[in-house]
Write a protein that binds this ligand. Structure first.
Ligand code: HSE
Length: 445
């Protein structure tokens, strides 16, 4: 019998909101194309959602709609469960129960995998089922596929990504319009770009979930969200975006993971990046991920990081992978975290104090003789080399007759611990009049 003559694989969907509807619509619209690729039909036959009326309206009368997700997990006809509930409460229990029931799982839940991935992948390995999560990182961009398969020949050196659309939209607007963070956040909420509670986005947590997953796949280490350094954009001043621009840089919220001699860096924070890099020109809610491999060099992946059909595109790619591979011996499937489970590395995730990077510093100083020498002297004492200095005219900064000015310093690479100590000494100088602003800088060369 031809593969395509087999009955379709049956899929149960847990949660049908924006992404779930996208999955249903794209799967229906492109079913012939998908059948030709997968070799077998894929059909959503059950949906669980608390709002059953809305769910039924979304999928039509031929799909069974229930308000109890466990009815899907208990159904022996269901081969694959898609989890689109989000969070790590009930979603975690249901994913674990689906695995125990022998179902393959597709999830877009980055928070769940970044925090509980080790337990989930171990259970899936034991049961011989697949947990697929292309949609969990950078939405429609097939970055998991690229890292796990396309780049499999490489020793991956680093990854740097704009992996949160909400914050990239906010930063783009702050730069374009010279507006403050709070004003743009309200605008983003009004336009529906930012959630009513945008905390996970603006505090960098969502990006850190995604960076954690990429770090695990890139270096074959367990997911370790608790070790990630997480800093958002809430304290960014439009002034720094302007000064950065004058120095040839843009400020982006980057998720960075890097292999270094002493371990692995895993960090999310605003970063200055050279304006001439392609990734610096990723604007609005778009996502992009740069990957540096030893053989391939630098690669860049760009696209929509969220939204109904872009995310559905990733979810359905996982459904097709599972359809092709579910009859294969589990040992021949692509490992969940790209490396064989018994070949994982215990490389340590470095604390931020050990990270080596370069910096942008802005100091509000008294406009008097010797200030620049004292500040740069403290940096020199700490062994920190200066790359560039920009001093604004006092009148320009504080108005006519002002006695204060902004001193902007770009440094070369140094250990963060040295920078922390030098900053404490600079801060204590009487001529430094306000808390020093420090933003890390990445050349991404
Ligand atoms: N809230 C995320 C973003 C999308 O703004 O990119 C889902 O991870």
């Amino acid at each position: 019998m031809k593969l395509s003559n087999l009955p379709p694989l049956q899929v149960g969907l847990l949660g049908i909101g924006v992404v779930g509807s996208g999955v249903f619509n794209v799967l229906t619209r492109n079913q012939e194309e998908i059948l030709r690729r997968a070799g077998r039909g894929i059909e959503i036959t059950m949906v669980a959602d608390l709002d059953t009326a809305r769910a039924q309206a979304a999928v039509g009368p031929s799909v069974k709609v229930v308000n109890d997700a466990r009815a899907i997990i208990a159904n022996p006809d269901i081969d694959i469960v898609i989890e689109l509930i989000g969070g790590y409460g009930i979603a975690r229990q249901l994913v674990m129960e689906a695995i125990e029931a022998g179902k393959h799982v597709v999830t877009a839940n980055k928070a769940l995998l970044a925090v509980h991935g080790t337990e989930i992948f171990a259970a899936a390995h034991r049961k011989g089922v697949m947990v697929a999560f292309e949609a969990a990182v950078a939405g429609g961009i097939p970055i998991i596929k690229a890292l796990r398969e396309g780049l499999t020949a490489n020793r991956i050196e680093w990854i740097a990504g704009i992996i949160n659309g909400t914050t990239n939209f906010i930063l783009s607007e702050m730069r374009d319009k010279g507006l403050g963070f709070d004003v743009v956040l309200k605008e983003a909420q009004r336009l529906g770009y930012a959630e009513a509670d945008p905390t996970f986005d603006i505090e960098g947590v969502d990006a850190a979930h995604k960076a954690t997953i990429m770090s695990a796949i890139a270096f074959g280490i367990p997911v370790q969200f608790d070790k990630a350094h997480v800093e958002g954009i809430t304290k960014l001043d439009a002034l720094d975006i302007k000064y950065a621009e004058q120095l040839g840089y843009r400020i982006k919220l980057l998720g960075i993971t890097k292999r270094v001699a002493s371990g692995v860096e895993l960090r999310v924070h605003p970063s200055l990046i050279p304006a001439k890099r392609l990734i610096a020109n990723v604007e609005g809610a778009m996502n992009a991920v740069m990957v540096q491999g030893d053989a391939v060099g630098t690669t860049l992946y760009y696209g929509k990081g969220a939204g109904s059909e872009p995310t559905a595109s990733a979810v359905i790619a996982d459904l097709v992978d599972i359809t092709r591979l579910h009859t294969a011996d589990a040992a021949q499937r692509v490992p969940h975290l790209a490396f064989q489970p018994d070949a994982m590395s215990d490389a340590r995730v470095l604390p931020m104090s050990e990270v080596v990077t370069s910096y942008y510093l802005r100091l509000k100083v008294a406009d008097e003789a010797g200030v620049l020498a004292r500040v740069t002297g403290l940096l020199a004492d700490a062994g920190i080399s200066i790359d560039a200095v920009l001093q604004r005219e006092a009148d320009e900064v504080g108005g006519e007759g002002s006695t204060q000015t902004d001193l902007i310093i770009l440094t070369h690479d140094c250990v963060e611990d040295s920078m922390n100590k030098a900053m404490a000494k600079m801060q204590a100088l009487p001529s430094v009049l306000a808390p020093i602003t420090r933003i890390r800088k990445e050349e991404l060369a």
